[in-house]
Design a protein around this ligand. Structure first.
Ligand code: NAP
Ligand code: GCO
Length: 267
């Protein structure tokens, strides 16, 4: 097979959790351009409609469903419905996630549990739901969306870092358990991406100057900029396609070099 044909997703069904906007939507766009049929879920009608509006704007006939990734019954029903209406899920992108930026000693345990539930238990529930049909079909691709916080800590994001660190190890464990069933489970570890989730970190100050965190990230990223969600699309196509059949349990950091860089030195 010609090497570029290995990247084709023609005939594949992809489920992107939390795929109405942000990183999930941009990954879905790229998978669609590579030939996949797109399914996405979100928590409520309003967000789902926002997703349909976004997909319609770019001409993608996506299949949308209301489903909370922390609710195993809803997820099991979602997978059964997609299998009936669209087809067996070949590609799962565990994208849905939240963050709470609260100093640990001020974080309520319920807030901690909500982040862990969505960012770590959700991917477990979704992967558990799709793996049996992937085994029956003889192949499957799972892509977890990790983070810089899978490797690094920072103030006020203890629950998120614990969840994303756990997601890194869940990625490796799914590889360990199901590689012999021709299931590849990898992760993308985005750097700092300009989406609604990071909007508070990029807000202009009252005096019109850049947010201190904005300046910090630009000094920690060798290219000196935030990354765009669209820059995660092609790496996702690679991990979703036959081009990566020999890659398993890998965290592909798409971070503009942050993890390789000590930070911009004083001039
Ligand atoms: P975002 O703009 O906040 O979008 C997150 C999506 O997940 C939203 O559609 C949200 O829906 C959905 N979601 C949240 N909880 C859910 C649940 N329980 N069930 C179903 N859907 C749920 O975030 P993003 O920046 O695109 O990030 C997407 C993923 O990338 C997350 O896992 C995030 O941790 C990770 N990430 C982001 C960055 C970054 O710099 N932005 C970097 C590294 C990793 P609602 O509208 O209902 O909340
Ligand atoms: C934060 C940011 C990060 C990014 C991302 C970095 O508050 O530090 O939200 O956590 O979302 O995870 O890779």
């Amino acid at each position: 097979m010609a090497v570029l044909d290995l990247f084709s997703l023609k005939g594949k069904v992809a489920l992107i959790t939390g795929g109405s906007y942000g990183i999930g939507f941009e990954i879905a766009k790229a998978l669609s351009e590579a030939g996949a049929t797109i399914c996405f879920n979100d928590r409520n009608e309003e967000t789902l409609q926002k997703g349909y509006d976004n997909y319609n704007t770019v001409g993608i006939k996506a299949h949308g469903y209301i489903c909370d990734v922390t609710n195993e019954e809803q997820v099991q029903n979602l997978v059964k419905t997609i299998e009936k209406e669209v087809g067996v899920i070949d590609i799962l992108v565990n994208n849905a996630g939240i963050i709470k930026r609260i100093p640990m000693t001020e974080m309520k345990v319920e807030e901690w549990r909500q982040v862990i539930d969505i960012d770590l238990t959700g991917p477990f529930i979704c992967a558990k739901a799709v793996i049996p049909s992937m085994i029956a079909k003889g192949h499957g691709k799972i892509i977890n969306i990790c983070s810089m916080m899978s490797e690094l800590g920072r103030e006020t994001v203890s629950a998120y870092a614990a969840a994303k660190g756990g997601l890194k190890m869940l990625t490796r464990n799914i590889c360990a358990e199901y590689a012999d069933k021709n299931i590849q489970c990898n992760a993308i570890g985005p750097g700092y991406i300009a989406t609604p989730q990071t909007a508070p970190l990029r807000e202009k100050q009252v005096d019109g100057t850049a947010h201190p965190f904005d300046q910090f990230i630009c000094s920690r990223t060798p290219a000196g900029r935030w990354l765009e969600p669209s820059e995660l699309g092609a790496p996702a196509v690679f991990l979703a396609s036959d081009a990566s059949n020999a890659v398993n349990g890998h965290i592909l950091y798409v971070d503009g070099g942050i993890l390789a860089y000590i930070g911009r030195q004083p001039k």
